[in-house]
Design a protein around this ligand. Structure first.
Ligand SMILES: Cc1ncc(COP(=O)(O)O)c(C=O)c1O
Length: 468
């Protein structure tokens, strides 16, 4: 589509023209997108899969017989060998030495985070420090930390960019009992604002005696993570976010030294070297087996290797260029939308340039009087146009509360109402804090996004200029 907006875009972001291989890929391997006139802008929610990934996986299943691993019969061994090949490839993909890291297959990133929560040796006087800008599955670890007597400390993100004041962070990290197990958690990329937090924090925190949990779920789909350069202790991932298929598989990449020191509060099939009933004793296997409960998803795990090879064949350089040019244009275009009285249509939460940010853009729409345009109206119009975007807080309440200026006092006054002592639905919450508690609108660009997708979204946005 070589029209005026496209030429303006190319003038502003000439690097996009170096990414035409992605247009060919989209045509060949993701043709359903254009055939169905789908404008998919929810890549932070989930990536899309290529036809070729499905074909390769289905061929593999059709041409082989796989049995449950954990045995030495031929079909079992066959399944084990493909699972182990995928496991090895995951490490290789992230440049993680098998001497240093293990890959534990989980159901998703949340499953990986739950392993850390359950098994991390928090104790009295130890700390769990995390930044406001985290997914709820990272926030949820605080419940384990509290239960084991550790102190939980949050470091705020600051407007307008929703980044952390590094001085505040390091004041907190310097205040530590080195005799303790202390965990610091942050996302490499925010699923709320797209901010990419500094990976340099990893080694700096470790040098102060912290174990580091780097949530790479939103970062890994469009950015290379080199674990020979950056060495966090724990890295949770969801593979469907990277390449769409299969869902239901994630991983915890963990430093061997740390993970093998972690004890579980139960055992299950496959997690022990020996378990005895009469002797009432069990011996945990080493990681990864210690943390993989029961039968792993042995038919789908080989599709993880197929997906990673697919991503590698495309290469992060081109993916990154495409995402960053489209994100830049989206940010510019949204900032240029004004009502007739000069008021802005859109407020963007997070950085306004492409520097140190990914392709996740979170916004709200306001009418000419500065009143929030209700989400149901936006949703209805977006759905009419077959545009997939996401609304709410995206399981990241910390960044959301700062972005939307929902104060601690407001929250305390809502949560302390007697009727909300035990239960609070999302609708109740909206009544309590309305209208801020409806959250925001998230647009996210990914692997095979193109200019037409962004243009369709900007057209959708323009529909709301002086429209109420
Ligand atoms: C940054 C981040 N961490 C963790 C998760 C949790 O991933 P999952 O829902 O696949 O467990 C998500 C999902 O959106 C995410 O964006």
């Amino acid at each position: 589509m070589k029209n005026k907006p496209f030429f303006d875009f190319i003038q502003a972001y000439p690097d996009y023209e170096q990414t035409t291989a992605i247009d060919k890929l989209r045509e060949a391997d993701y043709s359903i997108l254009d055939q169905s006139n789908t404008v998919y802008l929810d890549y932070t929610g989930g990536g899309l899969y290529a036809d070729s990934q499905l074909a390769a996986h289905h061929n593999l299943l059709r041409r082989n017989i796989f049995g449950n691993p954990h045995s030495y019969n031929p079909t079992s061994l066959h399944a084990t060998s493909l699972v182990e090949s995928a496991r090895q490839y995951v490490l290789e993909y992230f440049n993680a030495s098998p001497d240093e890291y293990v890959c534990i297959f989980t159901q998703n990133a949340s499953g990986a985070l739950k392993i850390i929560g359950e098994s991390y040796p928090f104790g009295d006087g130890c700390q769990y420090v995390l930044i406001f800008d985290n997914h709820n599955s990272v926030n949820g670890i605080r419940e384990y930390a509290h239960a084991k007597g550790a102190r939980v400390r949050y470091i705020p993100v600051v407007l307008p960019d929703l980044r952390v004041d590094t001085k505040v962070l390091f004041n907190a990290l310097e205040d530590t009992n080195k005799a303790c197990s202390n965990l610091f958690a942050f996302p490499a990329q925010s699923n709320f604002s797209g901010v990419q937090h500094p990976l340099e924090w990893i080694v700096e925190a470790q040098s102060l005696g912290w174990d580091v949990l780097l949530d790479a779920a939103a970062f890994a789909p469009t950015n290379p993570l080199d674990l020979s350069k950056w060495k966090p202790d724990f890295v949770p991932l969801s593979f469907y976010k990277m390449f769409g298929y299969p869902t239901g598989i994630g991983a915890l990449l963990a430093r061997k030294e740390k993970i093998n020191a972690m004890q579980r509060s139960w055992f299950a099939g496959g997690t022990t070297s020996v378990a005895s009933v009469r002797g009432e004793k069990h011996y945990p296997a080493d990681a990864p087996a210690r943390f993989e409960d029961g039968t792993i998803d042995y038919l789908n795990i080989p599709a993880v290797e197929i997906g990673l090879r697919h991503l590698r064949s495309i290469g992060y350089e081109i993916i990154h260029k495409r995402v960053s040019t489209l994100t830049g244009w989206l940010l510019d275009a949204l900032q240029n939308l004004h009502h007739k009285n000069g008021n802005s249509l859109v407020k963007i939460y997070g950085p306004l340039s492409t520097e140190k940010r990914g392709g996740t853009v979170t916004i709200n729409f306001f009418d000419e009087n500065g009143k929030l345009i209700p989400k149901p109206l936006l949703e209805k119009e977006a759905n009419k146009r077959n545009i997939s975007i996401r609304m709410g807080f995206f399981c990241n309440p910390g960044a959301g509360e700062v972005a939307l200026d929902i104060s601690t006092d407001e929250l305390a006054s809502c949560f302390s109402r007697p009727k909300y002592e035990k239960r609070l639905s999302d609708l109740d919450f909206q009544h309590c804090i309305d209208p801020k508690a409806t959250g925001a609108v998230r647009v996210s660009v990914g692997l095979v996004s193109n200019f037409a997708d962004i243009n369709a979204f900007v057209d959708f946005a323009r529909f709301f200029v002086n429209n109420r």
